[in-house]
Design a protein around this ligand. Structure first.
Ligand code: PMP
Length: 427
């Protein structure tokens, strides 16, 4: 049994010793002391179905045996900054990761986070093209360092940073966007930005295939292929931010961009890649990667043996346990269940997403799409009481984000849907 500090004691210490800016979920946050597969346990041994762990990086399930073993074994053998010396962990993983990407995307730079990966990707694009301007999407989240915060396009995540040449295009949001699901119409805005906001040339276009923090928004079909051509004509590169949608989460594909029939020039990866270990990556072509040789580029822990050993173990688990297929099967089932709830409750305005990256948007008026922010918090809290942890997002804070570990079962999915059903029925 757990003999550590209580939730109240931890909260008190957080208030005294941690930054006042750090967030916690729920009015009475849970004190999680253990994780196993898709379940979390609090100090009293109470079990929660973790339907948000995927976003916090776990794809194989909490404390997966193979990943833990790889980490422990490598830690006992060597942990260092291995860019300066030779060690096989980094090359083994780089090769395995490259094999999962299409075409010439086979040169890997390792980082420690998604922010670092996107900062590096934007730097590489700027060097390669000699241009500074970058186009990202409104409602995007790409990180919290200066460049990536500029690319992020939700005021709630932006401090007073210099925009640094980033332009934000109209979001091809099928639910709230002005052109509905007509991706090609939204794509015209990118041409407008090029024509009226830049010299006509840009370094890059960066986007997620499904916006995660933005509230599980799948880019309208047809959007990315048109933008891809527009950006190519402007001399720019396409950066696919796969931090959330990558690594099999969408079920139908290993990478989110694959559902849109485009091949990026640079792919950025983090979160699920390490199953909880700080690890990120930028993958690009040999030709583009060459630009970093112009100066010295060094990242102390990027690609260290322990994290890359973990990464390799994660890839093996995804294949061995067919987690991508599982995300497809269980995700489709869960989406069906949630869609049925939409027919039952007026409060649900939209159910969307792919695989185990699903969103449920709550509105108090379906016509006006008025965000039901308080109701969202209430349902989240009540579901926690029933033993289900889900996330929330979207600019208005009214979208549930359901992104569990990829080992989620049909029974877990039913438990989540039943808990939501029960909570909504009581309102
Ligand atoms: N890109 C996307 C799409 C993300 O969701 C996030 C994190 N929420 C990041 C980048 C930044 O990753 P990190 O928090 O690891 O820096």
């Amino acid at each position: 049994p757990y003999a550590g500090p209580t939730a109240e004691e931890i909260l008190a210490k957080r208030r005294e010793y941690l930054s006042p800016s750090i967030l916690h979920s729920y009015k009475n946050p849970v004190n999680i002391v253990e994780g196993k597969k898709q379940y979390l346990f609090d100090e009293k041994g109470r079990r929660y179905v973790d339907a948000f762990g995927g976003i916090a990086t776990v794809c194989c399930g909490h404390c997966h045996h193979d990943v833990v073993e790889a980490i422990v074994n490598q830690t006992k053998k060597l942990q260092h900054s291995t860019v300066l010396y030779l060690n096989h962990a980094i090359t083994d993983f780089a090769q395995a990761l490259a094999s999962k990407l299409p075409s010439d995307l086979k040169v890997v730079f390792f980082t420690n986070s998604g922010t670092e990966a996107n900062e590096l990707a934007m730097l590489i694009a700027r060097l390669y093209t000699g241009c500074h301007d970058i186009i990202s999407l409104r409602n995007a989240y790409h990180g919290n360092a200066t460049g990536t915060m500029a690319a992020t396009a939700q005021s709630i995540w932006k401090f007073n940073v210099v925009q640094s040449g980033v332009h934000h295009a109209v979001n091809p949001d099928p639910y709230r966007g002005i052109f509905g699901s007509d991706g090609e119409k939204y794509a015209r805005d990118v041409q407008d930005i090029l024509n009226f906001g830049t010299s006509g040339n840009v370094a890059a276009f960066i986007s997620e295939a499904i916006q995660g923090v933005g509230g599980i928004i799948e880019l309208a079909p047809g959007y990315l292929p048109v933008v891809y051509n527009t950006i190519k004509k402007a001399g720019g590169l396409f950066i696919a931010d796969e931090v959330q949608a990558g690594f099999g989460r969408t079920g139908s594909h290993f990478w989110g961009f694959e559902a849109h029939n485009v091949v990026p020039d640079i792919v950025t990866i983090a979160k699920g890649i390490g199953n909880g270990i700080p690890l990120g990556a930028v993958v690009t072509t040999p030709e583009i990667a060459e630009v970093l040789t112009r100066r010295s580029y060094f990242n102390t822990f990027g690609g260290n043996p322990v994290c890359t050993a973990a990464g390799l173990a994660v890839l093996k688990v995804i294949e061995k346990e067919q987690l991508q297929q599982n995300a497809f099967v269980v995700g489709s089932h869960l989406k069906e269940r949630l869609t049925a709830l939409k027919d039952k409750y007026e409060l649900i305005g939209d159910v969307r997403g792919r695989g185990l990256m699903l969103g449920v948007e709550l509105v108090t008026d379906r016509e006006l799409k008025t965000p039901a922010k308080n109701e969202t918090l209430h349902v989240m809290d009540q579901m926690k009481e029933l033993g289900v942890l889900i996330g929330k997002g979207g600019y208005y804070g009214n979208v549930f984000r359901i992104t569990p570990p990829l080992c989620f079962t049909k029974e877990d999915a039913d438990f989540v849907a039943d808990a939501m059903d029960l909570t909504l029925s009581r309102m």
